[in-house]
Write a protein that binds this ligand. Structure first.
Ligand code: SER
Length: 598
């Protein structure tokens, strides 16, 4: 049976709807208030607060298709299976059903809706260790359903435990579901843990009942949850018996188009380049078209986007394809996906314009870099480009190292990659030190007035969201002097007089209430799960300070702060202006601090 991505999405959602699951919207690709990861990497990611016990407005049975980006394996894209963007089908129980029902739903969906013969399914369950018992219960559920005993495998934590996403967080044993391909066992011990290709993973049901603490111990969660994830593209490829994920319906016309516009002699190189272009332009289209809109840049998400676009250009060069075709490919993706992701259609012009702009920028860089490369070639003596020279090409001319390597190969010279990496790391250490200096600088003044302005900034951040009724508002910059605070945030238009007045009034009300400002230290994941906002560049597991101002604000921050809002006196906005495209800037002061309470 041929099945398309559209059909699998629909079948999945309608099956779980029939089992009383609310169908929720895919969240943005940019995680909310999560400074430790750049992109949403799994369906459970936006649901962490609810897995930890917060009530979800749509109930305790949810299902969705979540857009995800994982760029850890970017260098593997080009083979038959890797993609940087993918859609994850998922269903969740937030303290509602557990193992038995979850297994029953999965079995029914696979065998009755997708009509996969039961004997073609293998499953793995948790083998058991000192943290959690052997999952005989799940194994029996599968066998009762009809899975052959020989196709149930018990595996240890490294295979059958999912999460936490970082060092601490919700996690638990899982049961993974595999399709058995028409291929003999590679050895007597052959199991889904083996990568011989006989078993293809299609679904992962995680029984999230633990919280992993910083000291590596596990505590039971308030509620037992189910978190499942099925990769849409991979499953469609498997159901259709395709060797490569790039043969599925969403990629096929793109690959055909690229083929018609390119020429290459080495089939392997050509196929790899076509897949890279198809993958990277799809990911770039979703990043540019996301509701939280990313644009190419030199840091964070913008940097990944830039890298993807530039790689697509580089590989277009490899197969002699005109770069102008890249935006045509983006157009094809917008058409394909807009029914599910209307943000792509809404952001159509932005996607195409930004993509073309970045291609232009890179083309200029390439022209300049090529000239420099020619010069370099003229001067080198021992057929070797030093790490320093390669780094200079990269740093000064934005010339990618891969490009230097390719050109070097064409010209029969080698590049000192180790030397390049060393120079790169040294440079990173210097910029990092610079960033830390800057951060310290922002908070360097620990005077009473700047502590109070700091607290006022938190109140402003929280109140803007309320008054403008926009939860996507985020701090884009903050600067405090002994006179005033300055706060930059994303918002598309100037604020009205009335809105500014309301912001001021609400903040002054909170000041009058004299709400205590409570500081607590906790792991960053816990802070985020509790809903703390903040733009900290911390790593998972790191302990952060959170400042809570009653029910009004909870923010991760280095401090210092006022002891209670009453200390702030009176809050006044002195200016509201544009800071850059899509970013507004507010300057505000506090007055009458010391005698306010009298
Ligand atoms: N969180 C699990 C995964 O990403 C199941 O959704 O595989």
């Amino acid at each position: 049976m041929e099945i398309t991505t559209k059909e699998l999405r629909e079948k999945y959602l309608s099956y779980f709807k029939g089992k009383n699951h609310a169908i929720i919207q895919s969240a943005s690709l940019i995680p909310d208030n999560d400074p430790t990861v750049l992109f949403t990497t799994a369906g459970m990611h936006p649901l962490v607060p609810y897995l930890l016990g917060q009530k979800h407005p749509q109930g305790n049975r949810l299902a969705d298709v979540q857009k995800c980006v994982r760029t850890g394996d970017i260098d593997d894209v080009g083979d038959a299976t890797h993609c940087t963007f993918f859609e994850m089908l998922g269903n969740w129980s937030l303290g509602d059903y557990f193992k038995k029902e979850s297994i029953s739903f999965s079995y029914e969906f696979l065998t009755e809706v997708l009509k996969i013969p039961s004997e073609k399914i293998a499953v793995t369950v948790f083998k058991g260790d000192e943290d959690c018992e052997r999952d005989e219960y799940s194994a029996n559920c599968w066998i009762e359903k009809g899975i052959k005993k020989d196709n149930v495998f018990y595996l240890p934590k490294e295979n059958n435990w999912w999460g936490p996403a970082g060092i601490t967080g919700p996690c638990g044993p899982d049961t993974e579901i595999f399709y058995i391909r028409n291929q003999e066992k590679c050895c007597d011990e052959c199991s889904p843990a083996c990568n011989c290709g006989r078993y293809v993973e299609i679904w992962n049901n995680v029984f999230m009942e633990f919280f992993k603490n910083e000291d590596k111990t596990y505590s039971p969660l308030k509620q037992k949850n189910v978190d499942t994830g099925m990769g849409l593209e991979r499953t469609v490829a498997m159901l259709n018996g395709y060797e490569s994920v790039y043969d599925i319906d969403v990629f096929k016309p793109i690959i055909d188009f690229i083929k018609s516009q390119s020429s290459f002699t080495d089939e392997n190189e050509g196929v790899k380049a076509m897949r890279i272009i198809a993958d990277h332009i799809r990911t770039a289209t979703f990043m540019l078209g996301d509701e939280k809109g990313v644009t190419p840049g030199n840091v964070d998400q913008g940097y990944i986007l830039r890298r993807l676009i530039r790689r697509a250009v580089r590989f277009s060069r490899v197969i002699n394809m005109d770069f102008a075709n890249l935006s045509k490919i983006a157009e094809m993706y917008i058409d394909e996906y807009s029914a599910y992701y209307p943000e792509l259609k809404e952001n159509h012009d932005k996607i195409i314009n930004e993509l073309n702009l970045e291609i232009d920028r890179f083309t200029k860089t390439l022209t300049q870099g090529l000239k420099e490369f020619e010069k370099l070639l003229y001067y080198i003596k021992d057929k070797r480009i030093s790490g320093k020279a390669a780094f200079k090409l990269y740093d000064t001319y934005g010339f990618p190292i891969e490009m230097t390597q390719e050109l070097a190969k064409d010209n029969g010279v080698v590049v000192d990659i180790e030397g390049f990496e060393k120079a790169f790391k040294e440079h990173q250490a210097i910029s990092h030190a610079g960033a830390e200096q800057k951060f310290k600088g922002g908070l360097a003044d620990n005077s009473v007035i700047s502590s109070r302005l700091h607290t006022a900034t938190h109140l402003l951040n929280a109140t803007l969201k309320v008054v403008l009724n926009d939860n996507n508002i985020q701090q884009k910059g903050s600067n405090i002097t002994s006179e005033r605070l300055r706060f930059d945030f994303n918002f598309p238009r100037p604020l009205t007089k009335e809105e500014l007045q309301e912001v001021e009034d609400r903040i002054n009300e909170i000041i009058k209430e004299d709400v205590p400002v409570v500081c607590k230290e906790m792991p960053i994941e816990e802070a985020r799960a509790l809903g703390a906002i903040g733009v900290f560049a911390n790593k998972y597991g790191e302990v952060v300070k959170t400042y809570t101002i009653g029910k009004y604000s909870m923010e991760m921050c280095g401090g210092p702060h006022a002891n209670s809002t009453g200390e702030l006196g009176k809050f006044k906005i002195i200016k509201e202006q544009s800071s850059s495209s899509g970013i507004r800037r507010i300057k505000a002061v506090i007055t009458g601090c010391d005698n306010f309470k009298e």
